[in-house]
Design a protein around this ligand. Sequence first.
Ligand code: TXA
Ligand code: MG
Length: 317
Amino acid sequence: MSLSLPQIVPATPEWIAEAGRRLAAGELVAFPTETVYGLGGDATNDKAVAAIFAAKQRPSFNPLISHLPDLDSAAPLVELDERARRLAAAFWPGPLTMVLPRRRESAASLLASAGLDSIAVRVPGHPVAQALLRAAGRPIAAPSANRSGEVSPTTARHVAQSLGANVSLILDGGPCRVGIESTVIDLTGPQAALLRPGGIAREEIEALLGPLLTAAENPDAPKSPGQLLSHYAPHLPVRLNAAEPAPGEALLAFGPAQGTLNLSPGGDLAEAAANLFAMLRRLDRPDFTGIAVMPIPNHGLGLGINDRLKRAAAPRA
Ligand code: TXA
Ligand code: MG
């Protein structure tokens, strides 16, 4: 591992302004959000969007989220219905992404939405992301700033390790508070559907919109192709619902238990989500034979945590 990671810069107003200029010029910039670090590019610039896919080595059929500083700036891209406005009022800025019908006059690159007639939009809450989006003055396409299939980055250093030379600048805003990606809700059909569990609990959204379909119950909806089965994967094999480690395995504990690392000794799901990706990375070392993970309750943020763990444990492609 390289000791000097020169492209990491502190998220000062000067560097944020510089990052905004680079985005406007079509370059890629990594930046912190409250969920994970994003690899940003101008969502209206086909070349910038293509560079994102290339840097991540991401299958180009997988659409990207357009990031905006507020609801008003999303309005020219997508059709906002009453449900979208209610969710935005409750959860934006914050870890919620909405998939909405693309407006005919939308400036977003078709490549960003992978040719679908919908666009995913999100207004992140992190102050650095907010300042950067305002500086850039355009929608910013930003997947998690890691190679496709790898564990998502929750620090600037993770980004440098995963993408290194492929990014012109990494704004360092410290570790991400939420730690798992945004919840993705599909509002293109008559009934709202949960495409990806994440930083806002399903229960909180259902309290506003009523029961959500899950992707499996919603065959008409465009698939969320990011939901490839093997994803978020460390190099070591991952074993779920472990009571204790087998010889050689690291134990990722949850609750009052002795593990190699513990996601949350007090059993707090928000703390566990914030620690998840960083701890998987720390345990992903050749002196272990695998990573055993204790059971995580499947409610609240636990739904998103278990989704990521299931993919980390899935057979590799
Ligand atoms: O928290 C997050 O959402 C982070 C930060 C950087 O904002 N971003 C992120 O982006 O996780 P990404 O590209 O890793 O995941 C985007 C997800 C994928 O599952 C993708 O398939 C889905 O959103 N998605 C994007 N546009 C879509 C669309 N038009 N229809 C259906 N799913 C879409
Ligand atoms: Mg990702």
